[in-house]
Design a protein around this ligand. Structure first.
Ligand SMILES: Cc1ncc(COP(=O)(O)O)c(C=O)c1O
Length: 401
């Protein structure tokens, strides 16, 4: 509303009314401000690994700088990097894509935007599965299309029911967004679910936009790329990934899309009009990341798995809390509905009070179209996980006033 008023008074475009600040960043900002005042806030709000980028990756970028590798590269990325990503897709994901089909971008977020802008027209519909990462909705709307939401239920491990998706497909549907492993639920889609969605896409002539940014962060589950399910589905799938989460490289801004050649070409042309190439020396770091062995990735993954197990064990001690068993990413989406009658009206109020009086930062589920839930990320030390969950327990056990 505020933004719509701004559009009128400032004379900016209608599109400007769609550009909203991220609520997740607003919470992080508040938590940071409290920390700056000397308050011991424990943050479960962050959407990024707390590890440093592995040293060989940093070294490769430093060497690139020392060599003066500081000029524009091809818009779709250095040929060696695109070849390394194509190789990785084949080796790890069983996805066949030539390096011409790979477009390197300034993060998976940009690749998603390129895809939304190149595949969706004004009046089209795109299906998004809730709870979702809000960016999909923003980008679909920026492309002039309409997001159509299908809800995945907590009692089904936050996996969507393909029949629910089928019911939402109309003559205007152009695409389905899939995010596995999922932010915010941690759900990892099993092959049967992906097969069923792929069949819907084939039957209804739809694109699948598969955000696989958390692919390497799985715990006792296997990540399956939708484009690996067969050549027919690969022809209608855009696979999106990047370095941010797997290699603790959020600030480097390197992502990619692998798409059927004509789509890859249009995405590159669009990116050419918007940003050109991703940072040249960050690409050299990314090249090292994709080429090097998986040891340091495995170390980070194993540490996340231990933290996940610890956080789950601690959360299960809190009576009344609904705790899921996420198999991927680094989040719990916790059901707080039992605590919402009386003291708090919404997850947003609860989250705010938890931060202000309990000194724990979380993200309210409403941000992800999951009212009644809060998201906790376990990108914190084990000690802080124990202390933070302990504080949540204490906060929730306080009598209603
Ligand atoms: C589901 C999902 N996709 C994409 C991204 C963004 O990735 P990148 O840093 O590569 O733009 C995020 C970041 O939080 C995310 O949660």
């Amino acid at each position: 509303m505020v933004y719509n008023r701004l559009v009128k008074t400032l004379g900016v475009s209608k599109r400007a009314g769609l550009a909203k600040p991220s609520p997740t960043l607003a919470i992080s900002a508040k938590a940071k401000a409290m920390k700056a005042e000397g308050i011991d806030v424990i943050s479960f709000g962050a959407g990024e690994p707390d590890f440093n980028t592995p040293e060989p990756i940093c070294r490769a970028a430093r060497e690139a700088l020392d060599e003066g590798f500081t000029k524009y590269t091809q818009t779709s990325g250095m040929p060696e990097l695109r070849a390394a990503i194509a190789d990785k897709l084949k080796r790890e994901n069983k996805v066949e894509a030539s390096s011409d089909q790979v477009v390197v971008s300034c993060g998976a977020k940009q690749s998603l935007y390129n895809a939304a802008m190149m595949l969706l027209d004004e009046g089209d519909e795109a299906i998004v599965i809730a709870p979702y990462w809000m960016t999909y909705i923003d980008q679909i709307q920026l492309a002039g299309a309409k997001p159509v939401v299908v809800h995945a239920r907590a009692d089904n491990d936050f996996l969507p029911d393909p029949d629910d998706i089928a019911q939402k497909i109309s003559a205007r549907t152009r695409a389905i967004f899939i995010n596995s492993p999922c932010n915010p639920t941690g759900a990892v889609y099993p092959p049967e679910t992906l097969e069923a969605i792929a069949q819907l896409a084939e039957r209804n002539d739809l694109w699948l936009i598969c955000d696989e940014i958390y692919e390497r962060l799985v715990y006792g589950a296997k990540h399956v790329s939708t484009a690996s399910l067969g050549s027919k589905i690969a022809e209608r799938t855009i696979t999106i990934g990047g370095c941010s989460k797997t290699f603790a490289m959020t600030g480097w801004r390197i992502g990619y899309a692998a798409a059927p050649l004509p789509v890859a070409r249009t995405m590159a042309a669009f990116q050419d009009a918007v940003t050109s190439n991703a940072n040249s020396f960050a690409q050299r770091g990314a090249l090292e990341a994709f080429r090097m062995g998986g040891d340091c990735v495995e170390q980070m993954r194993a540490e996340f798995e231990e933290r996940r197990d610890l956080m789950r064990a601690e959360l299960l001690k809190i009576p009344g809390l609904g705790v899921s068993n996420p198999k991927g990413a680094f989040y719990f989406l916790v059901d707080v509905r039992r605590f919402l009658s009386g003291k708090f009206d919404s997850d947003e109020q609860l989250g705010q009070s938890l931060l202000e009086t309990g000194h724990v930062a979380t993200v309210p589920g409403t941000v992800f179209d999951a009212p009644g839930f809060i998201r906790l990320s376990y990108t914190a030390s084990k000690n802080n996980i124990k202390r933070g969950v302990d504080r949540i327990g204490g906060f929730l056990s306080q009598p209603k006033t």
